[in-house]
Design a binder for this molecule. Structure first.
Ligand code: GTP
Ligand code: ZN
Length: 209
């Protein structure tokens, strides 16, 4: 990809995943050398991606509060859970990108949450802190796909920016597959802000509980 040297696989090791709802699956965790941003991104190979003509891929941005603690302020935890099972069903890879807070980091994200509690939306809060709406860069993600030997992918996302950036980086995105939208009373405002500001391909959402 433009401007970045190729990354290579460092280690591939099996990890049995077990989710709180009882779902379990085997994954191969893969680490890399020479990723452009130096962050410790990790790929989880699920199912049999090498035997799949076009693997299903999710670029999941780290969300400690949602992925690990089950925060209902966003829908990252349920999206991660859904993605693992869907990818395992057809063969593919979940790339866990260490892009906490759309790239601004955990402490800044929590500062942004505090501003949202005073009435700002997720993007206004970023700008109040001096950041753009979204600082994520997918160069390392494209390097990871290349290192794994995946030249063409189906991408599990509702975010058009991910598709554009990956295509610009030389990844052949054959189709996009929409992720589920897991709305609650708590994350409704956040989800609708994404629809309005960034063209996320989800309809304006209504809560399911
Ligand atoms: N700065 C900031 N980041 C947030 C906020 N809420 C969630 N995030 C981060 O947003 C990232 C997840 O992005 P999303 O917009 O939910 O999903 P996406 O990756 O853009 O799109 P999909 O592929 O469709 O899920 C994670 O890194 C979260 O930590 C917020 O209020 N402010
Ligand atoms: Zn989240």
């Amino acid at each position: 990809m433009p401007g970045a040297r190729p990354a290579t696989v460092r280690t591939r090791v099996e990890i049995p995943l077990r989710f709180p709802d009882g779902y379990s699956v085997l994954a191969d965790a893969v680490t890399f050398v020479d990723l452009a941003d130096g962050a410790e991104h990790v790929a989880l190979l699920l199912g049999d991606p090498e035997a799949t003509e076009v693997p299903l891929v999710r670029m999941h941005s780290e969300c400690l509060t949602g992925d690990v603690f089950g925060s209902a302020r966003c829908d990252c935890g349920p999206q991660l859970r859904e993605a693992v099972e869907r990818i395992a069903g057809v063969g593919g890879v979940l790339v866990y990108l260490r892009q906490e807070g759309r790239g601004i980091g955990l402490y800044n994200k929590l500062d942004a949450y505090a501003l949202q509690d005073q009435g700002q939306d997720t993007y206004e809060a970023n700008r109040s802190l001096g950041f753009p709406d979204d600082v994520r860069d997918y160069t390392a993600a494209a390097q990871i796909l290349a290192a794994l030997g995946f030249t063409q992918v189906d991408l599990l996302t509702n975010n058009p920016d991910k598709v554009t950036q990956l295509r610009d980086l030389g990844v052949a995105v054959r189709t996009t597959v929409p992720t589920g939208v897991f709305a609650t009373e708590t994350n409704l405002r956040y989800l609708n802000a994404k629809v309005e500001h960034t063209g996320h391909t989800i309809a304006v959402v209504t809560p399911v509980d």
